[in-house]
Ligand binder design. Structure first.
Ligand code: G6P
Length: 606
């Protein structure tokens, strides 16, 4: 339940709400809705299932008047993606939008049912509106009612409320889920992030856990978790209000794949100057006893690659965890260890919760994030931007390779700090890394070949991806990309693990994508590939021209990447065919490339 916006403005509010929701659609697109209060003080709403465009179309035929409003874009948790379950939820004089999960909603709903109120939706959220309406009916003010309600909620939430008959009142509350207040000229805003508010204001207050904000057009009064008035900083932030377009590409993802040489160059130029590494103070890796790497999805695979780099280059022991498993596993943490949380959005609830769990238990928390204004960027001790620029495609491409670039810089720094390499060794690794944007640029030339091969992949029901060493997580990422975009079942395996089970899946209908750079593991990977071919498996070999010459015979297809034999940073290059194969397979199947079904770019519930 995903992105929320609220506006007390001086113009018709519904176009502004839709504009903000466009910027929040990365948080979910199962349904969207808006509510507003018109000149007579009447509360009304419009909701539509599916993408935001369905709501905008509805608003053309059924406009919504008023200068005060709230809006929501949903990633369904409780209750199917129906109009009935779409936010805002209205009960009595109260309208509410919610991001998060109310864990004790069943118990609270039971209580409301006992008072004679019947639920109208399957959501956990509706009970919040019921409770606030219930307390108002007992004579409490809107603010008291919200305070009393919020004190009873378990779970995580960012909430926005409007009240019938009160066109100059917007109340917000947060616990766990992020929420920002925006300050305009005689206008006030709330939003799940600063990016949503960027078209309206760059003056932002981030609410803290337990805060309730009572907004009128004159400003915001904030009450902290203990019920005391709180002063919170108003920061001027640059969240980029520029419109985002496809620059002539058919999909955002195609544009974002093509941008990689440039954004990788930008990221490396930010952190490298000649043979020197430029990083904030406090990153001397000789002080770190071990490194805990935590992330989700594609960012997790970037962290997985980085584990190989930190261990091999710097001899720094690494623990790698999926964020949703991490804190519940209760891993023993070394107080002199460091932690790295990797996240494109910087808002993923699992990763954010892991970061909060780590604080105070390790010596340093580092966020590697693409969105510089995000919660993880703010809450980590040190935030390192990946500088990929805005990524719109839900399936990550350029953000992944930029994460790899920044993590590679950190691994080189760690190797030097820990005395594993001297200045010359560092210069050699930096030169290898600096070659990557150019090599990625050459790899973009494989687009047409990938498109041809995608016609074959699109026919498959299952696809396997194999890789070894740092290319193993790239195989996992390749499989994830294909699943996300084309809905074809795909799995990644470490090449050497194939014979321990997955080889049973091989027949002539299962394409096997083999990542085989000419490194010290090339011969072993090729042997694993031969084992597949001996069982009639159809192989797509990805190597360089020499690798393809040596091992390509009998393969269904081959892709020759530019040669960079032996570079430990090859995962950055091999990511490109993973992206193109998934992209073109999705195009061949006619799926929604930029907004695949059931996904959200950032999942803000645990
Ligand atoms: C969601 C997206 C994935 C993404 C993951 C982590 O599940 O669908 O594509 O990799 O979140 O997102 P983050 O913003 O933390 O990198």
């Amino acid at each position: 339940m995903c992105g929320i916006i609220g506006i007390l403005g001086n113009h018709e509010v519904s176009p502004q709400l839709v504009e903000a929701l466009k910027r929040l659609e990365y948080r979910g697109y199962d349904s969207a809705g808006v509510a507003s209060i018109d000149a007579q003080g009447r509360l009304d709403r419009r909701r539509a299932v599916g993408k935001l465009v369905n709501l905008s179309d509805k608003l053309v035929h059924q406009p919504l008047a008023g200068h005060a409003g709230i809006g929501h874009t949903r990633w369904a948790t409780h209750g199917a993606a129906t109009e009935n379950n779409a936010h805002p939820h209205l009960r009595g004089p109260v309208a509410v939008v919610h991001n998060g999960i109310i864990e004790n909603f069943r118990e609270l709903r039971g209580e409301m049912v006992a008072t004679g109120l019947n639920p109208e939706s399957d959501t956990d959220t509706e009970v919040v509106a019921m409770l606030v309406a219930h307390y108002m009916a007992q004579g409490m003010s809107p603010a008291e009612s919200v305070r009393t309600t919020v004190a009873r909620l378990h779970g995580a939430f960012a909430l926005g409320f409007l009240f019938d008959g009160q066109p100059d009142l917007l109340i917000a509350a947060r616990k766990g889920s992020p929420l920002a207040v925006g300050h305009g000229e005689g206008e006030m805003f709330i939003g799940s992030d600063a990016i949503a508010l960027a078209p309206f204001t760059d003056r932002i207050t981030y609410l803290e856990d337990g805060d309730i904000a009572v907004l009128t057009r004159a400003g915001a009064q904030i009450i902290d978790a203990a019920g005391r008035p709180a002063l919170r900083e108003v920061a001027t932030i640059d969240a980029g209000s520029a419109a985002i377009d496809k620059a002539g590409h058919r999909h955002f993802m195609a544009k974002e794949i093509a941008e990689q040489p440039v954004v990788l160059g930008d990221a490396l130029n930010h952190y490298l100057q000649d043979d020197r590494i430029i990083l904030p103070e406090g990153l001397d890796f000789s002080q770190a006893s071990r490194l805990t790497l935590v992330a989700c999805g594609t960012a997790f695979y970037a962290a997985h690659v980085a584990k190989y780099w930190f261990e091999r280059l710097a001899g720094l022991p690494c623990d790698l965890d999926i964020a949703s498993e991490f804190r519940y596993r209760e891993p023993p943490l070394d107080p002199s260890g460091w932690a790295l949380c990797v996240s494109q959005s910087g808002e993923t609830a699992d990763t954010l919760a892991a970061l909060h769990h780590l604080r105070g238990k390790v010596a340093r928390t580092i966020g590697v994030v693409n969105v510089g204004t995000s919660a993880i960027a703010r809450d980590a001790d040190i935030a390192l931007p990946t500088l990929a620029g805005v990524e719109v495609g839900v399936a990550s491409s350029k953000a992944f390779t930029c994460q790899l670039a920044v993590l590679a810089v950190l691994a080189i720094k760690a190797a030097h700090d820990r005395g594993r390499i001297d200045d010359a060794g560092r210069a050699r690794l930096i030169a290898e890394l600096r070659a990557m944007p150019g090599l990625v640029n050459q790899a973009l030339g494989l687009a047409d070949e990938c498109q041809r091969l995608a016609a074959w992949l699109a026919e498959a029901q299952d696809v396997l991806y194999l890789g070894r060493g740092p290319l193993y997580p790239v195989a996992l990422e390749g499989a994830l990309k294909l699943k996300e975009l084309s809905y074809i079942h795909a799995e990644g395996y470490a090449s050497g693990e194939l014979k321990h089970g997955p080889i049973a899946l091989i027949d002539r209908n299962v394409p096997v994508v083999v990542l085989a750079p000419r490194d010290e593991l090339f011969d072993k990977t090729v042997s694993n590939m031969q084992e597949v071919m001996a069982r009639h498996g159809q192989v797509l070999l990805i190597s360089d021209a020499e690798g393809v010459r040596q091992a390509g015979e009998g393969c269904h297809g081959t892709l020759a990447l530019p040669a960079a034999s032996g570079s430990i940073f090859l995962p950055i290059l091999y990511a490109v065919p993973m992206q193109y194969l998934a992209y073109y397979t999705a195009v061949a199947k006619g799926t929604d490339v930029d907004q695949p079904r059931n996904l959200a770019k950032s999942v803000t519930v645990e």
